[in-house]
Design a protein around this ligand. Sequence first.
Ligand code: A2P
Length: 251
Amino acid sequence: MNRAPAVTAGGSLTVPAIGFGTYGLNGLPALDVIRQAVASGYRLFDAAFNYENEGAVGAALRSASVPRGELLITSKLPGRHHAHDEAIATIEESLLRTGLEYLDLYLIHWPNPGVGLYVEAWQALIEARERGLVRHIGVSNFLPDHLTALMEATGVTPEVNQIELHPYFQQETQRAFDREHGIITEAWSPLGRATDILQDPVLTGIAHKHQITVPQVVLRWHTLIGSVPLPKSADPQRQVQNLTVAGHLPR
Ligand code: A2P
């Protein structure tokens, strides 16, 4: 069992406090990286139709060393397929690509407000959940107005909103809205892409004081503010390091 603490929101979904991002992991090299992430202790995995890696993620997790029921596997609907029938076909295609019987979590990747079909896409996700294709549904990159439109039109609150979030982009307003509505906030690029932030003088000061690394400081910040970070690392040692933040022990 994963000893990670969990985050629960208003719905029936509980997720580990830290998940694993898979953006940029494609093809055969991704298999070892993702299997290693399972061995490192990750149980929540984040993929997307647009990452073009549902095949690799599915193959790695189907052959993982833990039972399917312990894993939470996410994919996302692209903005160009929001029309109802296209959305349903895309979700079915995600399942075929992963080779899984169901996905644990399916998100609308972004609201694509210029096209304005995200409510229709949401209705398709609700239908996919009713059909058992996906167990939980949510959104990504949605603002309060977009979320309000979904809830008013369907009465169904997204279980997750995955947004860009890191110390240089703290998103207080969006996080407060999510919290008030029982929506889990997940963080993409939780390490701010691990560029300038690694040299940040405040963060390096905190890291030095606590004898930990800057990524560990940042990931601890995420868990303290109640966000679920999805760090990606191809490196086994950094995978473990990223799970070893206070209150979250690796296997
Ligand atoms: P690598 O895969 O070589 O470890 P973000 O999740 O914010 O988009 O950042 C992803 C980037 O952060 C990847 O390039 C990854 O590189 C790097 N990264 C992940 N964890 C660490 C870490 N603990 N220390 C340094 N870089 C890291």
